[in-house]
Every structure is written in structure tokens, then in C-alpha cells.
Design a protein around this ligand. Structure first.
Ligand SMILES: NC(=O)c1ccc[n+]([C@@H]2O[C@H](COP(=O)([O-])OP(=O)(O)OC[C@H]3O[C@@H](n4cnc5c(N)ncnc54)[C@H](OP(=O)(O)O)[C@@H]3O)[C@@H](O)[C@H]2O)c1
Length: 266
């Protein structure tokens, strides 16, 4: 199968290196120089491409996705920082009948961590003496803060316990590939759940797993659909013809985003 890599930085290069292990030949690589305003995503450049992976920038990703949808290219998106456009992007994906997997974090461990955070929040919903926090640290070059993963974790905690306040904080320092922690604290005790990434390799392998999985599929998926396909995936975002989940806070926020017309450039 042929793979296009959009965003040939730290993640894109690692995905290229590992792609043959997942049965992919990399036929296209785009960066800021050859894809300004998604201009590199053309029928000619993408002829024969089975799946594209986007690990670019928050400013570029929504335009890239719109162009890929127009060209009917199934896509895996790992780029973070653009969730205000999520509703418009989801609509574009559905209208074009492509398959797209989106996740702010393609590590298997983080997706288990998300489920644990949601379950802990649900079980502590009636114990208001527990205050909740969410924290993350990443390398100094990471642009968005809080991370897309932390926003997703907080969203899961608040879906499980609507109205739950969560104190959120971030650090940017050194070379950390990513640590996320949540906790609940009371006068009696403290509960902490932490995920620590050891390198970017887990993200790259997860994205390639998702790319292989989404080839030939239609609809909007999250990484947990790839990992836990046999589960009913409670709370999963809408699939074509599937059950609807309540809108997340990011979706509600995005529905009002005045920048929505940006997508029309795609
Ligand atoms: N979901 C996950 O599991 C996961 C894991 C790690 C990172 N991420 C996210 O993935 C994104 C990339 O991370 P990274 O660490 O690889 O960053 P990076 O090293 O800074 O790479 C970003 C790449 O995007 C390219 N780019 C900029 N504008 C572009 C455009 N219009 N079209 C195509 N490519 C363009 C840059 O090109 P130039 O070099 O020419 O500027 C660069 O090659 C970030 O949003 C990060 O938060 C997600």
C-alpha cells in the first residue's frame, strides 16, 4: 500500500522509517516548503496513494484534511492544536465518504489511560470532597499547551461527571516526549493516574496501525476504535450510520468558531 506523509518533521520521519514494517511504501512527503496552503495535495502528487498521515501543524492540518477529503484519500491525523475546527472537519469527512482516524495521541497506553480517567471520574462523581487535577509536561519545542491529549483527558473526565471542575496545568521543558497525569485529592487520601511516554516510537507505530486499519473504510473514527474495535466504544464519536455521542466541549466550542470559513480554502 502507498502512504503519503504530510508533515515531514520528527514524527513524519519516524513514520517513514517504520512504514515498511506495516506494509507501506512512502510515495509522497510534504512539508511547509512544498505544501503551502495545502497546494502540494493534488491529484497528480497523490495518484495511487492509499492512505495519508498528517503530523504537520495546527495551522496547516484543517486545510490539508479538506484537500485530502476532496481527493477521496483516507487519512490518519495526529496533528494537535486545531480542535476548534473539529465539527467542520468531521462534516467534511462525512460528506466526502472518506475514512479518517483522528487522535491527539496514538500511544496504546494513553488510550487505556483515557478510559481509566473517565472511569475514575464517573465513580467519584458523587464524592464532591475529591478535587480533580490534570497535568502534563512535554519537550520545550512543543507549540500547543495544554496538549491535545490533556484536553481530551479533561473532556473525558467531564463527560463522565458533567460539571466536574478540573484544575489544569502544563510545563514545557527539555526533551520530555510526554507525561500526562490526573488525580483526585481529598482530606482522606489521594488517587493519581499517570502515563509516561518513553519515546515517540509508540505514537508512530500507533499511527501506522491506524493507517493500515482505515485503508478502505469510510467514516470518522478515533484511535480507540482501531484498538478496541470489538468493544461498543462508549462515547465514541459518530460513525456513518452509527450512534451519536453527545458533543464534547471542543465540538461545542468549534460549532461557533468564526474561523470556520478557513476550511473552505481546502
Ligand atoms: N497524535 C500523536 O500521537 C502525536 C504525537 C506526537 C506529536 N503530535 C503532534 O504532531 C504534530 C507534529 O509533531 P512533530 O513533533 O513531528 O513536529 P515537527 O518536528 O515540528 O514537524 C512538523 C512538520 O510539519 C511541517 N509543516 C508545516 N507546515 C506544513 C504544511 N502546510 N504542510 C505540510 N507540512 C507542514 C513542517 O515542515 P517544515 O520543516 O518545512 O517547517 C515539519 O516538517 C504536532 O501537532 C504534535 O503536537 C501528535
Amino acid at each position: 500500500m502507498n502512504l503519503a506523509i504530510i508533515g515531514h518533521g520528527k514524527m513524519g520521519r519516524l513514520i517513514e522509517q517504520l512504514a515498511p514494517e506495516y506494509g507501506f511504501a512512502v510515495t509522497s512527503r510534504l512539508n511547509s516548503a512544498n505544501n503551502r496552503d495545502a497546494s502540494g495535495i493534488t491529484g497528480n502528487n497523490f495518484a495511487g496513494v492509499d492512505v495519508a498521515v498528517d503530523f504537520s501543524t495546527a495551522a496547516a492540518a484543517p486545510h490539508n484534511i479538506a484537500r485530502l477529503a476532496a481527493l477521496q484519500i483516507n487519512t490518519v491525523v495526529g496533528t494537535t492544536g486545531w480542535t476548534q475546527y473539529l465539527p467542520q472537519v468531521q462534516a467534511r469527512v462525512r460528506d466526502s465518504n472518506i475514512g479518517m482516524v483522528w487522535s491527539p495521541n496514538y500511544s496504546i497506553g494513553v488510550n487505556i489511560f483515557l478510559q481509566l480517567a473517565s472511569e475514575a471520574s464517573r465513580r467519584l462523581a458523587s464524592y464532591k470532597e475529591y478535587g480533580a487535577w490534570a497535568w502534563e509536561i512535554h519537550h520545550a519545542a512543543k507549540k500547543d499547551a495544554p496538549s491535545g491529549t490533556l484536553l481530551k483527558v479533561v473532556d473525558e473526565m467531564q463527560r463522565a461527571d458533567p460539571g466536574r471542575e478540573v484544575s489544569v496545568s502544563s510545563n514545557r521543558a527539555g526533551a520530555h516526549p510526554g507525561t500526562h497525569e490526573i488525580g483526585f485529592d481529598s482530606a482522606a487520601d489521594s488517587l493519581t493516574i499517570r502515563h509516561t511516554a518513553r519515546s515517540r516510537e509508540g505514537f508512530a507505530r500507533g499511527a501506522l496501525l491506524a493507517a493500515r486499519w482505515v485503508a478502505g473504510k469510510q467514516g470518522w473514527f478515533e484511535f480507540r476504535d482501531v484498538l478496541f474495535a470489538q468493544d461498543s466504544a462508549p462515547g465514541a464519536l459518530n460513525r456513518k450510520g452509527g450512534a451519536s455521542a453527545p458533543p464534547s466541549s471542543a465540538e461545542k466550542q468549534g460549532a461557533l468558531a468564526p474561523e470556520a470559513e478557513l476550511l473552505d480554502r481546502g
